[in-house]
Design a protein around this ligand. Structure first.
Ligand SMILES: [Mn+2]
Length: 141
């Protein structure tokens, strides 16, 4: 069974917490995701059952290799989508919320194709300028 959007949010956040501090605790996750600790406990049990997590007594949780692999992929996907929205000219103030809104709902095929498009712009900055010209024209109408 593929992870649900909510599981993805947890794994992504746990991956970032572990990168930052070496471990993740229920209270840290609850704070970061703005949810009640009892919800975190429930999800942690589910992620443990599905072999994404390893519970370390007294310390908190670490990700299993399966969890870590997925966590890295989810964090990379988030960053790619931020880069994509940025390059197409979305206002900085909207980017984070927009990525949170779409990241769980695209196929990995779509993610990879967006990656190609980001690369297309990165490979030649004049392409970004051409896009900005079109955007300027559309604003002027
Ligand atoms: Mn995210």
């Amino acid at each position: 069974m593929p992870p649900t959007p909510s599981m993805e949010d947890y794994i992504e956040r746990i991956y970032l917490l572990i990168q930052d501090k070496g471990y993740a605790r229920v209270s840290d996750i609850a704070e970061a995701l703005e949810v009640h600790p009892s919800s975190v406990t429930k999800m942690v049990q589910k992620l443990d059952k599905d072999n994404y997590l390893i519970y370390e007594k007294y310390r908190g949780f670490i990700l299993s290799s399966k969890g870590e692999k997925l966590g890295k992929r989810l964090v990379d996907r988030h960053e790619l989508l931020e880069g994509f929205l940025k390059v197409i000219g979305v206002s900085q103030e909207n980017i984070y919320e927009d990525v949170e809104g779409i990241e769980h709902h695209l196929s990995w095929d779509a993610i990879d194709r967006i990656g190609d498009l980001v690369q297309f712009f990165q490979d030649d900055p004049s392409r970004v300028e051409q896009l900005r010209d079109i955007q300027q024209q559309n604003e002027d109408i």
